[in-house]
Design a protein around this ligand. Structure first.
Ligand code: PLP
Length: 398
């Protein structure tokens, strides 16, 4: 037998972490890595946050799982705290980002198809080039990226793709069957590409004009990552539906679909469900994260650190005009766009300088540190990045 016990869908690297300490990962051999990847924007409190650990330990010892057939004081509390800090009125909890997006897509369709005065012929969702919404059948269908479709035909019907940040193109796709828009305010996997203000405001206006659902995928950019609790706040708009995950559990698998009362009008008894979604253990993790990050002081600190990191990155890339093109992003969701495919540099930083980042589309390196970094981690990051840039040989093919 040559197949590995772990289904070989990930080209896993040689780093094999076994322990986390604040903003560092320690692998099997004892090598320490500075973690500016955070499990891809997940570990926003770092790796050994006492409040999060205590909350999970206490809840595990008290009550880990019960069915959604029963009342949920834990779920009500976390849903209320999300409702309190967002546009939303109601929350469905999931175990992952893709499931949160799935619920968001179902909510948008049901808004039209399962309500008095709705329009049962509306099902199409307009999405955007190079989007990433997850790996389930619906969420790969929601992206135009052919590399995610190959081998999985037929896709789910009902998605149309427009170029990202192109309002006229999105408008041109609206037809009698359109149910809504699905968009990442800041594309993560696509290369840390923020949508423009005009684009986000324009989508909101088009949605209002045509009675469409504006669905935001904030799985990567949400939960304090950009310096506001959700990124939409910085665009001066509110969505109808929002998918959130990654950071919201701080490392525990948790996602949510948040909606307004109006947008959720089709999600009636029996229309959706999840065995694990919203179980007490996940709710305890989510509550601990909310307590730590959903306050003005924490958010202001993320903005301040984000600006500091960005300013220094901009100065830094000036020293290496052959390597880097620009810095983009918001808060502590930053992208370093390179002059060539970013993967070799990302591997060099990881293997030769013990600095973990994440490669992304559009020649970009993602810089996604835990939101709890301090001066020491920022200094260490620039030490490693500078050493990495100085010792990097530009690949022949570039
Ligand atoms: C990671 C991600 C997802 C999928 O989340 P999973 O938890 O892997 O299912 C969806 N949308 C965006 C924007 C993401 O970054």
């Amino acid at each position: 037998m040559s197949i590995t016990p772990l289904m070989p869908v990930y080209p896993r690297c040689g780093v094999r972490p076994v322990r986390g300490e604040h903003c560092h990962l320690i692998d099997e051999n004892g090598t320490r890595y500075l973690d500016f990847a955070s499990g891809i924007a997940v570990n926003l409190l770092g790796h050994s946050h006492e409040g999060l650990i205590r909350a999970i330990q206490d809840q595990a010892a008290t009550l880990m799982h019960v069915s959604n057939l029963y009342g949920s004081p834990q779920g009500e509390a976390l849903a209320q705290s999300l409702v309190d800090v967002t546009f939303g009125d109601t929350v469905f909890f999931t175990n992952s980002g893709a499931e949160a997006v799935e619920c968001a897509i179902k909510t948008a369709r049901a808004y039209h198809q399962n309500a008095e005065g709705g329009d049962a012929s509306r099902f199409e969702i307009i999405t955007f080039h190079n989007a990433f919404h997850g790996r389930t059948m619906a969420t790969i269908s929601a992206s135009n990226q052919a590399k995610m479709h190959h081998g999985f035909a037929p896709l789910l019907d009902g998605f149309k793709y427009a170029p990202f940040d192109d309002l006229e193109a999105a408008k041109a796709l609206i037809g009698p069957h359109t149910a809504g828009f699905l968009v990442e305010p800041i594309q993560g996997e696509g290369g840390i590409r923020p949508a423009s203000d005009e684009f986000m405001k324009g989508l909101r206006a088009l949605a209002d004009e045509h009675d469409l659902m504006l669905v935001l995928d904030e799985v990567q950019c949400g939960v304090a990552r950009t310096g506001t609790f959700y990124a939409y706040e910085q665009y001066g708009i509110e969505p109808d539906i929002l998918a959130t995950a990654k950071g919201i559990g701080g490392g525990f698998p948790l996602g949510a679909c948040i909606a307004t009362e109006k947008a959720a009008r089709g999600m009636t008894f029996g229309t959706h469900g999840s065995t694990y979604g919203g179980n007490p253990l996940a709710m305890a993790a989510g509550m601990a994260v909310m307590k730590a990050v959903a306050n003005p002081e924490f958010l202001a600190a993320v903005r301040e650190k984000g600006e500091r990191l960005r300013t220094r990155l901009e100065q830094f890339i000036g020293n290496y005009p052959d390597l880097f093109e620009l810095v983009r992003g918001k808060g502590l969701m930053l992208g370093l766009k390179m002059k060539f495919e970013s993967r070799p540099f990302y591997v060099h930083l990881r293997d030769n300088h013990q600095l973990l980042t994440v490669a992304a589309g559009d020649n970009t390196i993602r810089i996604l540190p835990p939101l709890v970094i301090g001066d020491a981690e920022i200094e260490e990051f620039f030490d490693k990045l500078s050493a990495g840039a100085a010792s990097f040989a530009i690949p022949e093919a570039a």
